[in-house]
Structure formats: structure tokens, C-alpha cells
Write a protein that binds this ligand. Structure first.
Ligand code: ADP
Ligand code: MG
Length: 477
């Protein structure tokens, strides 16, 4: 039997506001436990939540980016459940009337084709606190700092057909929220995580199979792993005549398996009702237009512009626009040296070589865009050759200073003085009569030998084009 996997993702992205969604408490990460949860975040009697206006603008931004309808009126609802890290006994979320309605986003598949993935909705909600199971012996610690942190939950249609598609979609949403500046997307800190809903059905069948929901996965690699393992598990059950039960499962990265947490709750279990403490959110056309005017260029548009404006290959353009920081870095390098092609090669090839080796972000590259731009200019104005430039880049990476200072300090300036190069060429020709004879007898390949000798004598500093030209001229005399 041929099985078709079906996947839908619920992505929780933390919105990058400084204060919480309904209170003035700080959202800064890493504070001592329970120092950033105020009475409102805990829902103590007598307090009233007040909506942070910024989260509304951020949700609208996201909605516009995925070409979704923005609800003119959306409503906060209480989702009731008991858990130690939720002292209020309910989470404020949106249920029937979410702020962002149906939209879509295109993903690029490995074979180069594009696929459109539907987004069902995106709604605002508050995060719960955090249970710390590892830190205390025989007890669980509760840190409520995260309670009330603003989240945008982005729910996809069950449109993905493989783990690879799900990861491509997750990456695309990740890049988008970072481009929009509405989330830092930091996965280690839990600012971007997802629940993956997975089912399988016989190929050709329309009806969806029973799904399981894999909870709270916070890395792209784990999402791919968890989904693949879950697909296999479900197929095995079905092929041995069993039935998949609808449940919530946990992916355990250490054991590389998924296991059952609880049977899946239905919406009615939560007793949703509109929160009586919060007014409905009304959004007018002017509000939307104001946000639209502040939208940055989006990843797809930027990629297309890089192809048309800078004449880059689609592959280079896709690489350089994957993250907004990379795109901005690249454009600053282009501005510094004026050569889009060279800039792409140096950023993607050389600089990312260093960044990947040391697992660093471009935002903390020790070589700035201005430095790289100057370096490329020094190749263009013949101060150094491309080969020597790699040596200068290494020195800059190691903190030895600016381009020109390194070139001077290390004596790397290219020899363009024709007289000096000519002297070396003459010497090499005089010292190698046998090779000269063979070359003149037609052994063209020896050209490389002569050039190599001159470059060696000048420690790579002679201008290669001049060397070539001079040798050719001398040997044809
Ligand atoms: P909840 O998980 O809150 O009960 P939904 O029914 O809205 O919510 O579905 C959540 C996610 O599960 C959505 O992303 C949806 O696309 C996906 N989904 C629903 N049914 C299936 C299925 N049979 N197989 C795979 N994914 C599914
Ligand atoms: Mg769910």
C-alpha cells in the first residue's frame, strides 16, 4: 500500500514587544525566576488586563504579508484548563474570531518548484509560565516570568505532504516574522516553536486520516525528525491492522522517538467563552493602511529584485535573502564596492565559509560589510590580487584591523610597477633555458610554469595579468 502523509503546523511565535500582552511587566529573557510576573499576568482578583496596542499592529503586519483578511472585529476568549504553570486557570486567547483570517505563503521545494501552503488563521494569545522539572529533586519549579508574553499562533491548512515540506514552510514563516521585525525568532529561547499535526492516508484517498499532534518542537532538525518518525509509526500501525488514536505526543530527541502524552482534548473541553474583561478589537481600514505603509520589502520580493537588479542567479539570490540581516549586509557590500557579482561571491563563498565554520551569525561577524566592501575595492583598483585578498580577509577575521592597515603592515601591496615585474620575468627566462626552448617549440602549457615562478619570486604580489602579458611578449620576441 502507498501511504500519503498529511501535515499541518501550528506555529507559536513570540511577538517582540518590550512589555506583555495585557500588562506592563517586562518580557526580557533570562531574568531571575518569578521577578517579571505581575498581578495581571497571574490573574489575581481585582485586576484588569489592558491590551498592548503594539501586538495588534504586529498581527496586522503578519496578516498583510500572507495576504490574509484582517478581521474588522476580533474577540479575546478564555481557554480554561488547569496546569501548575497557569495560575489563572485560563489562558487568554482568540477562538471564534481571530485577528488574522485565511492567507497563504509559497514554499520552494527541493526540485525548484513552488507550492502554496494555506494559512487557516493567526490569533493573538498569551503564553503560560514554565515548569522546571530538572532543577529540583523530586519537585517541580514554576517560573511565571513567561506568563502573559504575547504570542501569535499561526495555524496552517493540512497542506504539507512530507517532513521536508513542513520544514520548508516553518523556515519560510521564520524568515518572514524576522523580516517583519515582529519576532526575534530565537528558537533556543522558545520564541519560535511549533506543534506538528501528522496523519497518513492511502494514496488517492480524500478523507484525512486520524492525526496525532507532536507538541512544542523548537528546532528545524527536530521537526523533520519527529514528523518522519511519526509517519513511520502510523504506517506500521495501519499496516498491521491497527488504528491510529487521536492523541498528543511528545518528541524525545535523546531517544529519537515520539511517545504519548495524553489523549487529544477537543475544543469543547476548554469551555471557551469571550473574556468579559477585554473589549473586542476593532480594526479600521485606516489602521490597516498605516501598518501597510510601514511594511518592509518581503523575502520573495527581495529575492526577485536581487535577480533583476544585481543579475544574481536565483540560487545566490535565495541564499542572500534568506535572512534579512544577510540581505542588508550584502547590499551594504555592494554599496561599498559597486560590483554585485563579486560582492555575492565574497559574502556567500568566503565570509559564510568563516561564519559556518565558527557557527556564528552574520550580525556578529568580526568583518563588517564596510570592511568587506573596501577589500573588494582593493582587488578592483589592483592594490591586491584576489588571492592575497583572501589572506587579508583571514587577518580581518582574526581581528588584525582594517583592510589598508593590514595590506601595509604585511607588505601585501601588489607589484604593478612594470619595471620590477619585468626584471623578475627576465630572470626567470634566463634561469630556465630548457623550458624556454620547449615553450618556443610549442609546449604552451609551460606558460603556467613561468607565471608560477614569477609569482613565487614576488610572494604572490605581482599583478597576474601583467605577468602573463610580459611573459608572452618576451617569449615571442
Ligand atoms: P486543534 O489542534 O487546536 O484541535 P485544529 O483542528 O484547528 O486544532 O487543527 C490544528 C492543526 O492540525 C491545523 O494546522 C490543521 O491543518 C492540522 N490538521 C487537522 N486535521 C489534520 C489531519 N487529519 N492530519 C494532519 N493535520 C491535520
Ligand atoms: Mg493544536
Amino acid at each position: 500500500m502507498n501511504w500519503e502523509p498529511v501535515i499541518g503546523l501550528e506555529i507559536h511565535t513570540q511577538l517582540a514587544t518590550r512589555s506583555k500582552i495585557f500588562s506592563g511587566a517586562s518580557t526580557a529573557y533570562g531574568a531571575a525566576p518569578n521577578t517579571q510576573a505581575c498581578a495581571i499576568d497571574l490573574g489575581l482578583p481585582g485586576v484588569l488586563p489592558v491590551l498592548n496596542a503594539e501586538v495588534v499592529s504586529m498581527a496586522i503586519k503578519f496578516g498583510l504579508a500572507i495576504e490574509a483578511d484582517i478581521a474588522p472585529r476580533s474577540v479575546f476568549a478564555r481557554k480554561n484548563y488547569f496546569y501548575p504553570d497557569l495560575p489563572k486557570g485560563y489562558q487568554i486567547s482568540q477562538y471564534e474570531l481571530p485577528i488574522v483570517g485565511q492567507g497563504h505563503i509559497d514554499i520552494e521545494l527541493e526540485d525548484g518548484t513552488r507550492k502554496r501552503i494555506g494559512v487557516t488563521r493567526a490569533h493573538l494569545e498569551e503564553d503560560a509560565g514554565k515548569s522546571l522539572h530538572e532543577d529540583f529533586h523530586g519537585m517541580t519549579g514554576i517560573d511565571l516570568n513567561r506568563a502573559g508574553t504575547p504570542l501569535l499562533e499561526i495555524v496552517s491548512e493540512p497542506d504539507m505532504r512530507s517532513a521536508a515540506e513542513a520544514v520548508a514552510y516553518m523556515r519560510k514563516i521564520h524568515a518572514l516574522v524576522r523580516y517583519l521585525g515582529i519576532s526575534d525568532g530565537n528558537m533556543q529561547e522558545g520564541s519560535f516553536r511549533c506543534d506538528a499535526n501528522v496523519s497518513v492516508r492511502p494514496a488517492g484517498e480524500e478523507k484525512l486520516g486520524t492525526r496525532s499532534e507532536l507538541k512544542n518542537i523548537n528546532s528545524f532538525r527536530f521537526v523533520e525528525r519527529a514528523i518522519n518518525i511519526e509517519i513511520e509509526r502510523q504506517i506500521e500501525i495501519l499496516e498491521s491492522g491497527g488504528e491510529v488514536v487521536q492523541e498528543t505526543r511528545l518528541y524525545d530527541a535523546d531517544r529519537d522517538e515520539t511517545r504519548s502524552m495524553r489523549s487529544k482534548e477537543e475544543a469543547m473541553d476548554y469551555r471557551y467563552f469571550p473574556d468579559p474583561d477585554l473589549l473586542p478589537v476593532e480594526i479600521h481600514a485606516e489602521d490597516i493602511e498605516k501598518v501597510r505603509a510601514s511594511m518592509p520589502e518581503l523575502p520573495d520580493a527581495k529575492r526577485e529584485r536581487f535577480v533583476s537588479e544585481y543579475k544574481l542567479s536565483v540560487d545566490d539570490a535565495a541564499f542572500l535573502t534568506l535572512a534579512r540581516e544577510t540581505a542588508e549586509f550584502y547590499e551594504a557590500v555592494v554599496a561599498g564596492c559597486g560590483d554585485a557579482r563579486l560582492a555575492a561571491n565574497w559574502v556567500r563563498g568566503e565570509l559564510f565559509g568563516y561564519l559556518n565554520r565558527e557557527n556564528r551569525d552574520i550580525s556578529d561577524s568580526p568583518v563588517s560589510a564596510a570592511m568587506l566592501g573596501t577589500l573588494i575595492s582593493r582587488i578592483q583598483d589592483n592594490t591586491i590580487s584576489g588571492k592575497i585578498a583572501k589572506e587579508v580577509l583571514e587577518a580581518m577575521w582574526n581581528g588584525e584591523g582594517e583592510v589598508d592597515a593590514i595590506i601595509e603592515a604585511r607588505g601585501l601591496r601588489q607589484i604593478t610597477d612594470t619595471g620590477a615585474i619585468e626584471a623578475e620575468v627576465d630572470r626567470v627566462i634566463a634561469e630556465n633555458p630548457k623550458q624556454v626552448e620547449q615553450y618556443r617549440a610549442g609546449k604552451d602549457k609551460l606558460m603556467g610554469f613561468f607565471v608560477g615562478q614569477v609569482m613565487k619570486a614576488t610572494q604572490g604580489k605581482a599583478n597576474p595579468a601583467q605577468v602573463n602579458e610580459l611573459i608572452k611578449k618576451k617569449l615571442s620576441d
